[in-house]
Design a binder for this molecule. Structure first.
Ligand code: ADP
Ligand code: ADP
Ligand code: MG
Length: 485
């Protein structure tokens, strides 16, 4: 308690590393970066006050290498470690190692990370706290158990087979019929073993017209827990979010209060500290919400909550890790904006296959109500080894239509990325789609509208040509024929 943070090791790369360092700059906290060989010239390395090479390209040798990470912290004279998101952010063992080395861990207690990292344990705790959970079975050994459950509880397909250790949308398979069951079960198991080194499985009813709604919570060690309202992240590809907004266009005041206070109750029950998110899936047909999981870390989409509340969540994490009290109470939190975020992944916008290479041109959106959270600069390389997210683009407005309008400007007019493929065309088609604008969509939006969205893409080359001609015409009409022409 009362530990002052003078220097912080940021145990991450790219967008989250840069994001955390911005707050450190504001707070006059010095920063230490870590990097793998291909990242030696990465944006986060230049931003930090010092930087340590921690290994080769494969994550297990660098960004997942806990020993190297701790050594880097000690070697740079850091007194605290922020894990960002992904990599070691939800690793109980790493949190303990940080604390055992006498450093301050910027995150929740290791025990909470352990319990919430396991979707089965998390579901048990939610049930105990009277939080509604999706009907299903846990610790599933074979498909006979699944068939028995389907019969006994009268459950109809589709169902969802999930890895207990899963994350980032991986280790999750939707099953449409009994014929697919055996294949899907072994697929989920092997995917989970490969990605998480564990193949414990749970099975749930598939929520057909689900909307993903989550609640941001912050908590200190003095028993204060405050929610910062909800975000909706229903627009997903492969069960991973690509567009998020705050507030949720789905909820009325009653449901909003219910879902937010349910999240606080659950976090209180487990003795949460730091920033964390309780995720729910909202069934549009019954208007009921069910617990999905708790993410025990800073989340990718935390920035839209910052835009509607005016708070800095990373700064709050630093303060509560140093033993301070939350500087506000629930009635002090008054969101008064609408915010939207799109995830710019280096991916083919039609197939989602990863893209990498040198960013030969990068024009970053500007103008009123725009926030950019980038992990790269022009001329930078996007290496093939890591997550495809390279930039978050956020916009705000007085209401939803306003935020969408600003996003249309930022995505459609301002942003230019050359050298790698990005989701830009897809994201633009989505925010211009009538169903998105009307707020009428489910987690299946992308599969339902895929071809239509792709047909809305503009061919970039022809657009470039048109732009060149337009500029030329404008120049002549403004200046009149020039002597050199
Ligand atoms: P959020 O819920 O914050 O939006 P995502 O599910 O999109 O999070 O994951 C955030 C980031 O963390 C992504 O880059 C994802 O690839 C990564 N990630 C998520 N879970 C894991 C995990 N268990 N191990 C490693 N990386 C993960
Ligand atoms: P992860 O750890 O990969 O983020 P989650 O349990 O949070 O896993 O689920 C990610 C997404 O997968 C959800 O936002 C939702 O779209 C979908 N999903 C998960 N479980 C179900 C379910 N039972 N029914 C329908 N969709 C689901
Ligand atoms: Mg999730």
């Amino acid at each position: 308690m009362g530990k002052k943070i003078n220097k912080l090791l940021v145990a991450n790369r790219g967008v989250p590393a840069v994001r955390v360092m911005h707050t450190c700059r504001d707070r006059k906290i010095r920063t230490a970066a870590v990097y793998s060989t291909p990242d030696r010239l990465a944006h986060h390395v230049f931003m930090a006050d010092s930087a340590v090479h921690i290994g080769e390209a494969p994550p297990v040798e660098s960004y997942l290498n806990m020993e190297h990470m701790i050594n880097a912290a000690l070697q740079t004279g850091s007194d605290a470690v922020h894990p960002g998101w992904g990599f070691l952010a939800e690793n109980e063992k790493f949190a303990r190692m940080v604390m055992d080395a006498g450093l301050t861990w910027i995150g929740p207690p290791p025990e909470v990370i352990r319990l919430m990292g396991d979707k089965i344990q998390a579901k048990k705790i939610a049930k105990r706290a009277n939080v509604p959970t999706i009907p299903g079975i846990i610790d599933v050994k074979d498909i006979k158990e699944i068939k028995k459950w389907l019969r006994k509880e009268n459950v109809e397909f589709p169902i969802m087979i999930k890895a207990a250790a899963g994350g980032g949308g991986r280790g999750m398979v939707k099953v449409e019929s009994e014929e697919e069951l055996a294949t899907a079960f072994s697929q989920a198991k092997s995917e989970s073993m490969r990605a998480f080194g564990d193949d414990t499985i749970l099975v749930e009813k598939y929520i057909e017209f689900g909307r993903h709604i989550e609640v941001q919570v912050v908590a200190d060690e003095h028993g204060n827990i405050v929610h910062l309202f909800e975000r909706e992240c229903t627009i997903q590809r492969r069960n991973q979010k690509i567009i998020e907004e705050a507030p949720s266009p789905t909820l009325n005041e009653n449901l909003r209060n219910e879902i937010c206070f349910t999240a606080v109750r659950l976090m209180r029950e487990m003795g949460y500290r730091s920033a964390g998110t309780v995720e729910f899936i909202f069934d549009t047909s019954t208007r009921k919400f069910y617990f999905l999981e708790v993410n025990t870390r800073l989340q990718v989409e935390h920035g839209i909550t910052e835009l509607i509340t005016g708070l800095d969540i990373v700064s709050i994490m630093l303060d509560v890790a140093a033993g301070k009290k939350l500087p506000f109470r629930q009635p002090d939190i008054h969101p008064n904006r609408w915010a939207l975020e799109v995830r710019l992944n280096a991916e083919d916008p039609k197939t989602f296959s990863p893209s990498f290479g040198t960013i030969t041109r990068l024009q970053v959106p500007q103008g009123p109500n725009v926030r950019v959270s980038s992990g790269v600069y022009e001329g930078d390389d996007v290496p093939p080894y890591y997550d495809s997210l390279f930039m978050l683009l956020m916009t705000a407005g007085a209401d939803r239509a306003d935020a969408i309008r600003v996003m249309d400007r930022a995505l459609g007019r301002n942003l230019r990325v050359e050298g790698i493929k990005t989701l830009q065309p897809l994201l633009l088609s989505i925010i211009r789609h009538p169903a998105f604008i009307a707020g009428e969509f489910s987690t299946r939006f992308l599969e339902e509208h895929h071809d239509e969205l792709v047909s809305m893409f503009k061919e970039k080359d022809s657009e470039d040509e048109v732009l060149k001609i337009a500029k030329y015409v404008a120049e002549i009409s403004a200046l009149g024929p020039q002597g050199w022409m």
